[in-house]
Design a protein. Structure first.
Ligand SMILES: Nc1ncnc2c1ncn2[C@@H]1O[C@H](COP(=O)(O)OP(=O)(O)O)[C@@H](O)[C@H]1O
Ligand code: SF4
Ligand SMILES: [Mg+2]
Length: 317
């Protein structure tokens, strides 16, 4: 997966994604992290050609060399499912409420394979077994509302995997699940994504270490820091990454009351940004930050877009 200078706008001047660069190799899991509204979902939807009406994208996003930006709906439909699968936060919104879940998986197989009807039914049950749904043959005959939230998300994952995609996008897939089920679904995704690129979208820094090889931190429509997950979590360089990490609850040190939040407001989509977008909220800002910093590679194997990043030797302060 290669994304180059991806920009997504709504009408004139209203730019929500402001030049994203991101790549990943097969077998790699990249976590795309940032506060709500920073452009994570739009970036993912552009990869699937599923942008909302009124949105237009420029730049480039390729899968195995196949360009996805600017393609017509027919070409995109072929690519979706066969090459890219997606799991959303709310499986109910993607599942048909009046069709048994096994039949819904079989429908996807009908689009992407030449299997016979009975082979599709059998394969649907196998897929349900492979994502850890117990008693899959019986479950396959049930309606979505008869399954728990965790089981529904497993059904969505088996649908996303049915076309053997090269790219699996999971957009906040565990946000609606309780903690135990969340851990099971994360383990499942990690296990099943070994042959794909897994783009895992979350606003929760806490789950990043559980799943990702690399992390890309997004702020106001741009990637501000990226790198190997341990390096970024142990020694964040961008002040925004450091602030996000401070807001993660520490299970060993329970705090009473509110979690610390980052003071100030994220710039609205389309708002004119002068210089570094984090400047109004940044304790390290200087006059130099009136010029926007570019994402620049450093010696950790990562990149950071900041004029005054935390030193590598500084603790995560
Ligand atoms: N359908 C839409 N129409 C207009 N603006 C939109 C639409 N969808 C998203 N946006 C704008 O793009 C920004 C980024 O959205 P999104 O990618 O969904 O953020 P995230 O997934 O990081 O929470 C939003 O803050 C919003 O301003
Ligand atoms: S460039 Fe300046 S304002 Fe932006 S994050 Fe770095 S120090 Fe803060
Ligand atoms: Mg989103």
């Amino acid at each position: 997966m290669r994304i180059r200078d991806l920009r997504i706008g709504f009408g004139s001047g209203h730019e929500a994604v402001r030049g994203v660069d991101l790549s990943a190799e097969r077998g790699e899991t990249v976590a795309l992290v940032g506060e709500s509204g920073c452009g994570k979902s739009l970036t993912a939807l552009a990869l699937l050609g599923l942008l909302p009406p009124g949105a237009s994208a420029t730049g480039s996003a390729t899968l195995d060399g196949t360009e996805l930006v600017g393609r017509d709906e027919r070409a995109l439909r072929r690519i979706r499912g066969a090459r890219a699968g997606m799991v959303f936060q709310d499986p109910m919104s993607s599942l048909n409420p009046t069709t048994p879940v096994g039949a819904q998986i079989a429908e996807v197989l009908a689009i992407h394979t030449r299997m016979s009807r009975s082979a599709r039914r059998r394969r649907a049950v196998e897929l349900m077994e492979s994502v850890g749904i117990p008693d899959a043959a019986a479950r396959a005959r049930q309606m979505p509302h008869q399954l728990s939230g965790g089981m529904r998300q497993r059904v969505m994952i088996s649908i996303a995997l049915a076309g053997r995609p090269d790219l699996l996008i999971a957009d906040e897939p565990t946000t609606a699940l309780d903690v135990t089920v969340q851990a099971q679904v994360l383990a499942l995704l990690r296990d099943r994504a070994r042959d794909t690129v897994l783009l895992f979208i979350t606003h929760d820094m806490g789950v990043v270490a559980e799943i990702a090889d690399r992390v890309a931190v997004m702020y106001a429509g741009r990637i501000v820091e990226t790198g190997p997950v341990r390096a970024v979590l142990d020694a964040p360089r961008h002040p925004y990454t450091a602030a996000l990490l401070r807001s993660v609850p520490d299970p060993d040190r329970p705090v009473a009351g509110e979690l610390p939040t980052i003071p100030g407001q994220v710039p609205a989509a389309g708002e004119r940004i002068e210089g570094c977008p984090f400047r109004p909220r940044c304790a390290r800002a200087t006059d130099r930050c009136l010029t926007p910093p570019d994402l620049t590679p450093d010696e950790t194997g990562g990149s950071v877009a900041c004029w005054h990043p935390h030193e590598l030797t500084e603790a995560a302060s």
